[in-house]
Design a protein around this ligand. Structure first.
Ligand SMILES: Nc1ncnc2c1ncn2[C@@H]1O[C@H](COP(=O)(O)OP(=O)(O)OP(=O)(O)O)[C@@H](O)[C@H]1O
Length: 266
């Protein structure tokens, strides 16, 4: 079995002596092509640390990470992955279209071809009519869709998302969950690593949910989500969905329940 992402005995320590923070200890995780993996757990359990180390935004203290057999640095240089953050990091002075064009410009894609791709992606996220708007003229949900379009426009084999819908209201969040799954299916199922605080969101989207616990940050358990695909809104009301939500909730460490909040604003 070949894996797209291999995290092997990774630890990340900050500082030293008594003030040392063990942000992540001995994390091992192997992700197969086309999996949708969510990382969930209370604040400070190391979710972002794990994602940031995979994405080469930080480096492990111990252990190794391979992405398609390469170091995270090489994978980043080879544009193996796109990233979406909680606050959509858009350029205010660029129009929506020019924000989505940015990665293609950097890659040197000819202008006419780049525009065609960017416009197609904007249509997919339902923003075809907004290409000449500036980010400040859009709602938070629309801005996040621009960020997703920009992350997907160069068809990265891997998408890493750090609480992309965390700042949105629950209805917008549910709608974007569906849009994300639709896009994912159209993109020949790239591999996704998705950080969230919401148990429902994790269960709805994922193939597997990685449950983490804090102090020190570590992987507690991994829950397989056996709901069929494509996932539909009705599934959120079905017994199997509730059972899986319960299973994930119970896997979260009992002494940390209040740090995990479901739904919007978590
Ligand atoms: N640059 C840093 N320097 C020192 N400590 C850090 C740094 N980055 C993270 N930490 C600590 O590492 C631990 C894990 O942080 P991390 O951000 O990965 O958690 P998280 O699970 O993503 O939390 P949240 O859900 O609140 O975003 C926390 O205790 C955090 O304070």
């Amino acid at each position: 079995m070949s894996f797209v992402i291999e995290v092997d005995a990774v630890s990340k320590l900050y500082g030293s002596g008594k003030s040392q923070v063990r942000a992540l200890v001995d994390a091992t995780l192997k992700i197969a092509p086309g999996e949708f993996i969510s990382l969930i757990g209370p604040s400070g359990c190391g979710k972002s640390t794990l994602l940031r180390n995979i994405a080469d935004l930080d480096q492990p203290t111990h252990g190794t990470i391979r992405i398609n057999g390469k170091s995270p640095r090489q994978a980043r240089l080879d544009r193996e992955f796109g990233m979406v953050f909680q606050s959509p990091v858009l350029y205010e002075w660029r129009t929506v279209l020019r924000n989505v064009l940015l990665p293609l410009e950097i890659m040197g894609v000819p202008s006419a071809e780049a525009k065609e791709k960017a416009r197609a992606m904007l249509r997919l996220v339902g923003l075809g009519a907004f290409e000449n708007h500036h980010p400040w003229q859009l709602s938070g949900g629309m801005q996040q869709r621009v960020a997703i379009a920009r992350a997907l426009v160069f068809h990265p084999p891997i998408l890493m998302m750090d609480e992309p819908f965390g700042a949105l209201d629950e209805l917008t969040r549910e709608r974007l969950n569906h849009e994300l799954l639709n896009l994912w299916q159209r993109q020949e199922k790239s591999t996704v690593v998705f950080v969230t605080h919401s148990i429902q969101e994790a269960v709805f989207l994922s193939s597997r949910v990685v449950v983490m616990s804090p102090r020190p940050g570590k992987i507690e358990t991994i829950v397989d989500i056996d709901l069929p695909r494509p996932r539909t809104a009705e599934m959120r009301d079905q017994p199997r969905f509730f059972e899986l939500v319960k299973e994930v909730r119970h896997s979260l460490r009992e002494d940390e329940p209040l740090a995990v909040v479901d739904g919007a604003g978590a």
